[in-house]
Design a protein around this ligand. Structure first.
Ligand code: FPP
Ligand code: MG
Length: 295
């Protein structure tokens, strides 16, 4: 991973603006899941660290914009850039990062550049869908999973496919792996928003529903509830919740096993990915660690 961090530092240096270097060095890089995946798949390829750095810059840019769109004051347990420096700076830093990432893509094979670039269009479509879906209570699992695929899984899928191309490995199986890893990762994230306390999360718990996001456990709960309880759940959507309301939702979810059912889907997707990648111990390990994470 040091090679990715070195490439990132070089690209940021090339932007040649101290303010950008300062802002970028203050960002918490997170797990660097996408770059790790690229390095694992194309470990021997000399272009892999650059591809990893490009994808991490795109991911960082998308989160900068997402925090402005979501009005989020924290990111990975720290103050977001929009909170400390203002939304204008966060948007412009995002623009600089993703345009720089795109300029660097030209050194790659056309197919690799295309797969990464088009995943960013999907990412942006997914974000718009997410924002629009939050306006009303969404009860459709299919609509929700399609949005998740676009918003989160496509960049992971593209990272896996592009690095498979670099390493001359099978692109289709790596695509399935990346897609399922991305989907199950996000489903686990949605579960943790309900089951983890806000201190551990680094953001308010049950925040998704307050923001209008009907994640899988809410969709599964809705499916099981009687008419009156359904009405109550819908009436709580996209509102600040008091302690009683939080307890009511949690109790109903316990009764109807909504979290367990959501976890089962994440597990099923993860097992599918493990089976297409059964010969690759490292990639199977990434999935197993991800599915077991509890914060
Ligand atoms: C987080 O979702 C958001 C994303 C994974 C994608 C955001 C995409 C864009 C803003 C499109 C623009 C793209 C670029 C490259 C500038 P979330 O809000 O559900 O998760 P969170 O809890 O981590 O905020
Ligand atoms: Mg967000």
């Amino acid at each position: 991973m040091q090679r990715v961090e070195k490439e990132l530092a070089r690209l940021i240096e090339e932007i040649d603006y101290d303010e950008v270097t300062r802002l970028f060095s203050n960002l918490n890089g997170g797990k660097r899941l996408r770059a790790k995946l690229i390095l694992k798949i194309a470990s021997d390829n000399e272009q892999a660290p650059l591809l990893g750095a490009i994808v991490e810059m795109i991911h960082a840019a998308s989160l900068l914009h997402d925090d402005v769109i979501d009005d989020a004051m924290t990111r990975r347990g720290e103050s977001s850039v929009n909170a400390t420096e203002g939304s204008k700076t966060a948007v412009m830093l995002g623009d600089i990062l993703y345009s720089k990432a795109f300029s660097e893509l030209v050194v790659f094979d056309k197919e690799i550049a295309k797969i990464i670039a088009s995943s960013v269009t999907s990412l942006s479509k997914g974000e718009l869908l997410d924002v629009n879906m939050a306006k009303e209570f969404n009860e459709s699992e299919e609509t929700y999973l399609n949005m998740l695929y676009l918003k989160t899984a496509t960049l992971i899928e593209a990272s896996a496919a592009a690095s498979a191309m670099l390493a001359k490995k099978d692109v289709n199986t790596h695509k399935v792996y990346g897609k399922n890893l991305g989907l199950s990762f996000q489903i686990i994230d949605d579960i943790l928003d309900i089951t983890t306390d806000s201190k551990t999360l680094g953001k308010p718990a049950m925040n998704d529903f307050v923001e209008g996001k009907c994640t899988l456990p809410y969709i599964y709960l809705y499916e099981k509830l009687e008419e009156n309880d359904r009405k109550k759940l819908v009436s709580l959507h996209a509102k600040k919740l008091c302690a009683d309301e939080i307890s009511w939702i949690k109790e109903k979810m316990m009764t109807h096993q909504s979290v367990e059912e959501s976890f089962k889907l994440a597990e099923k997707l993860s097992l599918e990915a493990q089976s297409v990648m059964s010969g690759d111990e490292d990639l199977v390990n990434i999935l197993q660690t991800m599915i077991k994470r509890n914060y």
